[in-house]
Structure formats: C-alpha cells, structure tokens
Design a protein around this ligand. Structure first.
Ligand code: HEC
Length: 118
C-alpha cells in the first residue's frame, strides 16, 4: 500500500460515524430517509405498518384510501415533526424535528402519501 493510500484509509477509519437515527442532511431521497430514520421499523417498507412494532402500536395503514382521505398533508408533516404521545405521555411515535431537515420532512410527507396511490 502506498503512503498516500495508507493515509487515506486511516482518515476514513477516523471519520466520525453518525448515530444511527441521525440521517445525513444531504440525504434527500425520501425512500432512503424512510429506511435510515427507522420509519420502516413501525410503518414497514410498504407503509402498511405490518411489522411487529407497527401491529403493537396499531399504526395507520398508509395504503388505505380512508386514511389518505382523512389525513391532510399538514397533519402528516406535523406528526413527523412532533411525533405522538399516548394519554399518559408515553411516546408512541418519536418526533423528528431535530433529526431531519424541513426539506427531508416535506419529502417524507409526499413519500408517505404516495403509498396510497400505488
Ligand atoms: C416507534 C414507532 C414509530 C416510528 C419509528 C415512526 N412512527 Fe410514524 N407513527 C407511529 C404511530 C404509533 C402512529 C399513529 C399515531 C398514534 O396513534 O399515536 C404514527 C403515525 C404516523 C403518521 C400518520 C399521521 C396522521 O396524521 O395520521 C405518519 C405520516 C407517520 N407516522 C410517519 C412516520 C415517518 C415518516 C417516520 C420516520 C421519520 C415515522 N413515522 C416513524 C409510530 C412510529
């Protein structure tokens, strides 16, 4: 290995790794954000919420026409920003205000909405 390559590999090893729930602000692809921000753990890759956590928390089915009709874009974005709590104040869905950029949240809103149109 050349000296330059060695230096480069060392630099990469020392690069700080972001905590898993923090999505790089540069990531704009909502599908990638949906996975990296762990939305999939509760909402599932297909948005149906058919995951262990999703079933337990009774998350809405994003593919349902009824859900889509009843829910406004604003509500979707507010929920992603603020998350939700139950009556006792326990977190049901975590808020992503400090973890995602406004642009990412907006793109996620459109992405979530798109499940109902497939
Ligand atoms: C720990 C599980 C969990 C994670 C992680 C999670 N959610 Fe949720 N989400 C919920 C639950 C539960 C609800 C239903 C609200 C309620 O009943 O409290 C919900 C509701 C929603 C809604 C519906 C809002 C409405 O007005 O009907 C949207 C949109 C949403 N989540 C998007 C996301 C996105 C995008 C992410 C990732 C950035 C995410 N969720 C991560 C649990 C989760």
């Amino acid at each position: 290995m050349s000296l330059a390559a060695l230096a480069l590999s060392l630099a990469f090893q020392q690069a700080p790794t972001a905590p898993p729930e923090q999505v790089a602000p540069g990531t704009q692809d909502p599908k990638e954000v949906f996975t990296k921000a762990k939305c999939v753990a509760c909402h599932g890759e297909d948005g149906r919420g058919d995951t262990e956590k999703g079933r337990k928390l009774k998350v809405p089915d994003f593919t349902s026409a009824k859900w889509s009709e009843e829910t406004t874009d604003k509500e979707i974005r507010e929920t992603i920003r603020n998350g939700t709590k139950d009556k006792k104040g326990n977190v049901r869905m975590p808020g992503y205000r400090s973890k995602l950029t406004p642009g990412q949240i907006k793109a996620l809103g459109v992405y979530v909405r798109s499940f109902a149109r497939k």
